[in-house]
Design a protein around this ligand. Structure first.
Ligand code: 5AD
Ligand code: SF4
Length: 437
């Protein structure tokens, strides 16, 4: 009888791609995807712990599965990812939710299949958290779900230890895949018809890290030279490693999207120092100027945190000023969340919730107004959209232009996976509406 899996993914693109790898394991075991959790034979939660609310959300939803499990005793429940990789969390989870069958971490995805087979043989829960595994295992067969885009890992882990961030503790030290393995994967994906490749790493700019013959700009250039019409994106870039050479490579290769996600986090030098970001506001603005010198039309997006310990009103105003100076096309905004085990968690002057709330609202308003301004400039212009999906509610196709803006349009034929020119007639906050030409 056909068995089904259902995966719930929390967090970033790295997790989205890792869920594709988990799905690949399950497909090898003969499972098929189902969108209906209640009809699944195995439910997998791929979790995130970057902020407290991500963690609470996952915990809450796992708790809700208790009833389902009591009604469907043969259903397997697996929980893995960043949350379980935190020190002591797997044990916590097991105690609190003894009905969870498999608990795994971030380092042993490649053997998820084995963990499922083991659980099928034994009654007690399977719990495996591996620490500090530096080995890169090639040959996984992700079951991709984001056509025409394909995610491709280039690095794993992070060495930066920004003082607020849990990632280096749950994903280990930075390691880079061999450039020939990355190139082979991209060539294969292009030959299969993928039209957009997004290179993934916690800090793509430090790719190579001395161990590989290629630097990140060299790798990017080599991938952009692969034959075929496709778009190339990458995330995330750390400003301290964003070089002039990279700006040049972006400007010289039409396949590389003119759209860079460059998280600044704060516009205040005092806060940046306390965050251990290793650049100043001035360094950041210089990098942006260099990028714009080579690629004047390049769109910039960013991540911003408010309410970091010790953040004064002046510090916060410096962030607002920086956002206006750079003129981001959009930005992700976060309230600082205390993560146990990080350096910032022990800092004095944690900011009261009401102050952080006011600051985030002010920042969001500014970011939204910039986004609207940016979108309004599109009206009357023709843009090339890579069609990604069909929105049943709007009855329209949708996709993004190379700068990352979402555009909606009507079409009588299915154009998912095709490049389509649309003339923008309306701008609606973050998204655009246009007519096919
Ligand atoms: N609190 C709030 N935001 C955080 N981020 C990372 N750690 C925290 C934290 N403890 C944000 C950063 C990062 C993005 C992925 O998440 O802005 O760039
Ligand atoms: Fe976290 Fe900083 Fe590493 Fe990004 S660069 S994952 S914010 S420690």
């Amino acid at each position: 009888m056909q068995k089904f899996y259902h995966i719930v993914t929390y967090g970033c693109q790295m997790n989205v791609h890792e869920s594709e790898k988990i799905a690949g394991n399950l497909v090898e075991l003969g499972y098929e995807n189902t969108d209906d959790m209640y009809g699944a034979d195995i439910v997998v939660f791929n979790t995130c712990c970057i902020r407290e609310n991500a963690e609470n959300h996952a915990f809450g939803n796992i708790g809700m599965l208790k009833k389902l499990k009591s009604q469907k005793k043969d259903m397997l429940i697996a929980v893995g990812g960043c949350l379980t990789q935190q020190l002591g969390k797997a044990e916590n989870l097991h105690e609190k939710f003894p009905f969870v069958d498999i608990i795994f971490g971030t380092h042993n995805l490649y053997k998820f299949k084995e963990l499922v087979l083991l659980k099928e043989k034994q009654k007690k829960a399977v719990m495996e958290i591996v620490d500090g595994d530096m080995q890169i295992r090639e040959g996984d067969k992700p079951f991709r779900t984001s056509y025409p885009n394909a995610w491709v890992n280039i690095t794993y882990g992070c060495n930066n230890f920004c003082s607020y961030c849990i990632v280096p503790y749950v994903r280990g030290r930075e390691r880079s895949r061999k450039s020939e393995d990355i190139m082979a994967e991209v060539r294969e994906l292009i030959s299969q018809g993928y039209k957009e490749i997004t290179l993934l790493g916690q800090n793509v700019n430090s790719y190579g890290n001395g161990s590989d013959a290629l630097s990140f700009p060299q790798l990017l250039k080599a991938i952009a030279e692969i034959d075929g019409k496709f778009r190339l994106r990458f995330m995330t870039s750390h400003p301290k490693d964003f070089s002039e050479e990279l700006a040049k490579v972006i400007s010289e290769n039409p396949k590389i999207c003119k759209c860079v996600h460059l998280p600044v986090q704060s516009g205040s030098n005092a806060v940046l120092k306390a965050m251990n970001r290793k650049y100043t506001r001035e360094d950041y603005i210089d990098k942006v100027k260099t990028l714009k010198k080579y690629a004047p039309d390049c769109a910039l997006t960013t991540d911003l945190i408010v309410g970091f310990p010790g953040e004064t009103e002046n510090d916060f105003n410096a962030t607002l000023e920086l956002v206006k100076t750079v003129g981001y096309s959009s930005a992700f905004t976060f309230v600082y969340s205390k993560r146990e085990g990080t350096v910032a968690a022990k800092m004095e002057n944690q900011i009261p919730e009401d102050v952080s709330k006011r600051r985030i609202m002010e920042l969001v308003e500014l970011v939204n107004s910039l986004t609207r301004e940016h979108s309004a400039k599109y009206i009357g212009k023709t843009v090339e959209i890579l069609c990604e999906d069909f929105d049943k509610k709007k009855n329209m196709y949708l996709g993004r232009d190379e700068y990352g803006r979402m555009g909606y349009f009507e079409s009588n034929t299915d154009v998912i996976g095709e490049f389509v020119n649309i003339k923008i007639t309306k701008a609606n906050g973050v998204s655009l509406i246009g007519e096919r030409i």
